[in-house]
Design a protein around this ligand. Structure first.
Ligand code: ATP
Ligand code: MN
Length: 463
């Protein structure tokens, strides 16, 4: 008999159907006449209740083995459940235990465990309700992202993980080396001799796939990256990981307007998809993790995002009858409290702020005619703050060269990036979305380490 997933049985299984399930025991209840075992196979939040009768072969032995955490295969017949809260249950005709779990030492007991404790047992935490829901929703988010872009004919490109360019923020990159660190070759001046290293020069783990996405957009028009990126920032926050996934679409023949339109449609699409495909998990988050999860999703799906310039945003913040901790003044970056004021209090819906001062944005953003601001856009969401950052890119060689020089960036290290402006340059734009931040916002999970299966952060690399 084919194994059936428990989610499918709970949804569409009918009385008298014969089924086989495989999974892990969540709880066991022994009564005089029979025993109940709740089995979960990861396909849904809800367990399948299995009823075992003493006429089962080896009943005594099997019941002793079926403790929380044990792996089991059960065959039997579905029957209507007399119990409240479940439509159907499985009357076992045979049961086989694959592996027992000693109740004295199995760390996951029926009581609620703290997320801190569960991080210490990262090899087992996925068997809990919360992490089951998190990783199903994470999977749905990833599926929605690919569906969204593939339906629109975007090419998924695989940006390299190892890179030689350090264009984004200096000093936050992990070095990749083939050196034996006990015997690092030195030059006569006692500097590290990278010419003898694996790549013949310093190499790093990438912090972003954007520059490579730009290369590919200049051949395929519309592309996106979706892959791991790395930051060696030693910040122990609930929003930063050393290894995280990033989504970066890049569109040729596209301006800031088109970029914003796509980003808005994109966010709405993902939230819609997850609500449709993981309703029980989302309900769980709303009840148990953060009471505003469904409201936030609804707010994103059903509102047209407000759009305003950075300059107008500053004017609004200056006029606000609210005390901010950080100063508000043209030229300074918006802090999280300012972003949340705009989205949560002023407009009560997602806000797209555009045309930031050039000084606080990256070198590749397109300079406006005022020569003070650039064609950047950040999307700020209620309860969330910044969720997407993007821009129209500078496609004019002379302007880009001037900007690079002003910022003191070595043009030789990105000669190929400048070449894209030399040969067939076009207006183009894109944005970046931190995937784990999205999953945090979607689920209401407070700590970013709890939305990635195996978090990498300072001193955290066990599993
Ligand atoms: P922050 O100010 O929060 O550190 P950032 O300005 O460094 O973010 P970007 O360089 O613009 O972020 O990176 C693009 C996106 O990647 C961010 O909007 C965010 O969603 C995500 N991101 C950045 N750093 C991290 C990190 N260390 N861990 C997880 N996600 C991150
Ligand atoms: Mn950062």
């Amino acid at each position: 008999m084919m194994t059936r997933r428990i989610a499918d049985i709970l949804k569409s299984g009918q009385p008298d159907e014969s089924v086989k399930v495989q999974g892990w025991v969540r709880t066991k209840r022994e009564l005089k006449e029979f025993a109940f075992v709740e089995v979960n196979d990861g396909s849904s939040m809800a367990n399948l209740q299995v009823v075992l009768n003493p006429d089962l072969a080896d009943y005594g032995t099997i019941i002793k083995q079926l403790n929380t955490g044990a792996s089991v295969e059960v065959e039997g017949v579905l029957v209507e459940s007399p119990a409240k809260g479940q439509r159907i249950e499985l009357k076992a005709s045979s049961a086989k235990v694959f592996g027992e779990a000693d109740p004295e030492t199995y760390p996951l007991q029926k009581k609620r465990h703290s997320f801190e404790f569960l991080r210490d047992i990262g090899h087992l935490r996925s068997r809990t309700n919360t992490f089951g829901a998190v990783f199903r929703v994470r999977n749905a988010c990833a599926t929605a992202i690919h569906k969204f872009f593939q339906e629109r004919d975007f090419l998924w490109i695989h940006a390299p993980i190892i890179t030689a360019s350090d264009c984004e923020g200096a000093g936050e990159m992990f070095t990749v080396t083939g050196f034996n660190l006990d015997k690092v070759p030195r030059t006569e001046k006692q500097e590290i001799d990278y010419t003898k290293d694996f790549f013949g020069r310093p190499a790093y783990l990438t912090v972003s796939g954007q520059l490579e996405a730009e290369i590919m957009a200049m051949a395929f028009s519309n592309v996106y990256t979706f892959g791991p990126t790395f930051r060696a920032e030693n910040s122990n926050t609930s929003r930063h990981l050393a290894e995280f996934w990033m989504v970066e679409p890049e569109m040729a023949f596209c301006d800031l307007q088109g970029d914003m339109d796509l980003a808005e449609e994109f966010l709405k699409y993902i939230f819609n998809y997850v609500l449709e495909n993981c309703p029980e998990d989302m309900e769980f988050f709303n009840q148990r993790i953060d009471k505003s999860v469904l409201e936030t999703a609804d707010n994103i799906i059903n509102n047209q995002f407000e759009r305003l310039t950075y300059t107008d945003a500053i004017k609004l913040l200056e006029k606000a009858d609210k005390k901010f901790e950080f100063p508000v003044s043209w030229g300074l970056d918006l802090q999280s409290e300012h972003e949340r004021y705009l989205a949560e209090e002023k407009f009560k819906k997602p806000v797209i702020v555009t045309d930031y001062p050039a000084k606080i944005k990256a070198f590749y953003m397109r300079l406006n005619d005022d020569e003070q601001t650039v064609r950047a856009m950040d999307i700020l969401a209620p309860k969330i703050g910044e969720i997407i950052g993007g821009s129209q890119r500078e496609e004019r060689l002379d302007v880009l060269e001037k900007r690079i020089e002003t910022l003191g960036i070595d043009a030789e290290t990105i000669w190929w990036y400048l070449d894209l402006r030399r040969f067939g340059t076009v207006p183009h734009a894109g944005f970046g979305l931190g995937f784990e931040r999205l999953v945090q916002f979607m689920t209401g999970m407070a700590n970013i380490r709890d939305v990635i299966p195996f978090p990498r952060a300072p001193l955290t690399v066990e599993f």
